[in-house]
Each structure stands twice: as C-alpha cells, then as structure tokens.
Design a protein around this ligand. Structure first.
Ligand SMILES: NC(=O)c1ccc[n+]([C@@H]2O[C@H](COP(=O)([O-])OP(=O)(O)OC[C@H]3O[C@@H](n4cnc5c(N)ncnc54)[C@H](O)[C@@H]3O)[C@@H](O)[C@H]2O)c1
Length: 279
C-alpha cells in the first residue's frame, strides 16, 4: 500500500509508547486514525494531541483480550470511516518472574493481551480487509519472538506465537493471491513504559511477587535497557516503510540478527541453548 493519505489506520495500545508513535506517523502520512487503549487517561491525551496535529481521530476504550470489545472497535471504525486499511495489533504487556514463581492469573493476563489480542484483531478486521481487497496488518511481536528471554516465559511464549501466526497468515494471503498484507514487528529495546505494564493488571488478580534475586536483577537490567532503548518514533518510521514496501519482517535492531542466527545454528547442530548475549 504505497499511498496512505486518506486511508484509515487502527492502532491498539495507541495511547502510549510505540502505539502512540505509530499513530503520529500515520497522521503525518495523512491517514485517519482509530486509537484503542485500555487506559483511559492516556487514550484521552492521545486523542487531543493527535487531533491537534490535524488528523481525524476516533478514540475507543478497548481491552484487546476481550473479543466483544475488539468486535465493537471494528464496528465503530466502519461506522465512523467506512473502511479499515491498516491494523496495528500493538497492545502488549510483560511480567518479569521465574517460571516457577508465575501464578495462573499472570499467564492468563499476558496470553490474553499479547496473543489473543492479536488473534481478536485479525478475527474482527480481516474479513473487512479481504472484502476491500486491500489492507495491511502489523502484528507486534518482539526480539522475544525470536529469542528466549529468561524470567519472561509468558512474554517469550506469546511473542513466539505472534511470529508464528503472522508468518502463517503471510503464506495464506500470498498463496491465495490476496491484496491484503501482513508484517511482524520484532523490536529490540525501545524507550517506553513496557516494564511498568502491571499498571494495567486486571483488578483482583495480584501479579506474582518475584523472590528470586537473579530475576529481580534481570528485571532491573531490562528496565534500564528499555530506558536506553531507541525512540518509538524510529520504530514507527520503519513500520510505515514496511507497509509501503509490503515487507513482512520488521527487525528494528540489526544487531539482533546474529543472536537469532546463533540460536537456530545451535538448534540445528543439536547444541544446548545459551542465554542470549543481551541478558
Ligand atoms: N518497549 C520495548 O522495548 C519493546 C520491545 C519489543 C516489543 N515491544 C512491544 O511493543 C508493544 C507496545 O509496547 P510499548 O513498549 O509501547 O509499551 P507501553 O507500556 O509504553 O505501551 C503499551 C500500551 O498498550 C496499552 N495496553 C495494555 N494492555 C492493553 C489491553 N489489554 N488492551 C488495549 N491496550 C492495552 C497500554 O495502556 C499502553 O498504552 C507491545 O506489544 C510490546 O510487547 C516493546
């Protein structure tokens, strides 16, 4: 989709971080925006600042883990703009803990948002895009979709799943000659509030307490790495380029590639895993 002006972009988790940067990048392209987020204060602030930039904006409170809410987001998009051309399934959350410390509520929350959030977006919006004969879905995975991050089992599992389901969809669309396209976004560290995700933890479900000292150290280290990460605007620039070029893989940090190659080389050699150098 080379020309984005006048087209409609939907961004989940669009109130902050990478999602907000995506919305700004689409606004600069002259797109109409639908911004969805579960956190009302950031959603309201995003709506105001995006509108001030001159874009037409619809803000919709949405919990992406709820299929009815994502259906309602789809219906609101069509009612307001009559079409949906770009969908960024971007909302995501992280809980850092050792596997044996995680409770079921933590697993359900991360799987609900990171995996079912993407599934729900595809289920609600793909039929419209297929009918239009045009559209582009950008599913946000992570470097944790290509490497296994210790003390992040639900995050690693869901991001691997997002890579897998996106690549499957890519094949299906290509084999059926569809005009709809898909990309998978695998960023390294980006300067956002991802390591404060539990601010949106569902009421009544306590996040796990991490007692393993090394888990706490890794969390602290990862939070620092995120603070020194790249600007979300740079990620958004690469996403816009990938949509225009119909490129599937969006790896924002070229230095990840050698770690990914090392992992698959070890697997095919039958060597035991080594923790990625980034940890
Ligand atoms: N920051 C990084 O280093 C990094 C690296 C790789 C991948 N990612 C991925 O990028 C995506 C965006 O994260 P970010 O880094 O901008 O984090 P962030 O925490 O700054 O922003 C995430 C946004 O998603 C919203 N959100 C949370 N739960 C939601 C739900 N159930 N429904 C709808 N919205 C919800 C939050 O309110 C927030 O506005 C995530 O999928 C994350 O896993 C981030």
């Amino acid at each position: 989709m080379e020309h984005l002006a006048g087209k409609v972009a939907v961004v989940t988790g669009g109130g902050a971080g990478i999602g907000l940067a995506l919305a700004h990048a689409f606004a600069r392209e002259g797109m109409h925006l639908v911004v969805a987020d579960v956190q009302d204060d950031v959603l309201a602030a995003a709506e105001v600042e995006l509108r001030a930039s001159g874009a037409e904006v619809l803000a919709v409170h949405t919990d992406v883990s709820d299929p009815d809410a994502v259906d309602a987001l789809h219906a609101a998009t069509l009612e307001r703009f009559g079409a949906a051309h770009v969908l960024c399934n971007n909302a995501g959350v992280e809980v850092g803990a050792a596997t044996w410390e995680l409770n079921r509520a933590a697993w359900q929350w991360v799987v609900g948002v990171n995996l079912f959030g993407v599934v729900n977006g595809q289920q609600s919006f793909l039929p419209t895009m297929l009918e239009q004969g045009e559209g582009h879905i950008v599913n946000t995975a992570s470097l944790a979709g290509l490497l296994a991050l210790p003390f992040s089992a639900p995050y690693t599992a869901t991001k691997h799943a997002v890579v897998g389901l996106s690549e499957t969809l890519y094949h299906e669309l290509a084999l059926t000659g569809s005009g709809v396209h898909v990309s998978v976004l695998c960023p390294g560290w980006v300067k956002t509030r991802i390591f404060e995700s539990t601010r949106n933890y569902p009421e009544g479900a306590a996040p796990p307490e991490t007692e393993v000292p090394v888990a706490r150290l890794v969390e602290e280290w990862a939070a620092n790495a995120v603070n020194e990460g790249i600007d979300p605007a740079e990620v958004a620039r690469q996403v816009v380029d990938a949509i225009k070029a119909e490129r599937f893989w969006i790896l924002t940090h070229p230095e990840i590639s050698s770690a990914v190659m090392g992992r698959f080389k070890a697997a095919t050699n039958g060597d035991n895993p080594r923790a990625p150098d980034i940890v």
